[in-house]
Design a protein. Sequence first.
Length: 232
Amino acid sequence: MNGSAPLPPELRRLVRDELRPVRPLASPARRALVLLVWAPVAVAFVLAFARPRPDAADLGWLFSWGVVLAELIAGAGLVTLSLGEAVPGRGAGRQAGLIALAGAASLFVVLAVLARGASAGIPVPDPLVSHGPACFAMTGLIGLTALAVVAVLILRATPLRASFAGLLAGAGTGLMAAGVHHLDCPVTHLAHVLVWHGGGIVVLALLGAGFGLALESLQRKRMETRLAVRHD
């Protein structure tokens, strides 16, 4: 006997009700492999319902499919970091995550510049308006489907830093969505790509962070309830 006071019956009941059989989590990289299923489905969706880019020949394989693959891989890397961050004591850390975010943002800008150099795209009267809302909506729609999948994986890990894990997940799935949408959007003007495509990535990152904050708030309230029961 260690002399400590026994737990109140109500707290015992709360703990007992939450006990569930669990399986060990696979590594973050293995859990991120689910995106290997999502990516071809998303690409097939865009190719089936959107017209091919009229400047595909000017872009060539490198600046069409090469950009898609680069952004898919970089986005999947951010998702892998987010899944690691979701496991208490297992993540690479906030500093590594911030460096990865900065690297992904730089990659997005560099690829946009290179694609612009390879093709002038279709001429538009106002790059900040023409096709903008449609591209923003398409990037968001594609990214939300991936973010929903990753959110389920984050929930299963019971994260302590859910907001940062969500930020990484949203940015990663947003970058992947921008890569897929690159197959459709014929506008290469930097103002358009950075504002509307990049804006879609930013919004998805914020949605991911908001999801994480909501999860942290829920966890905090549940803990406060447990402590209140214990002190009664």
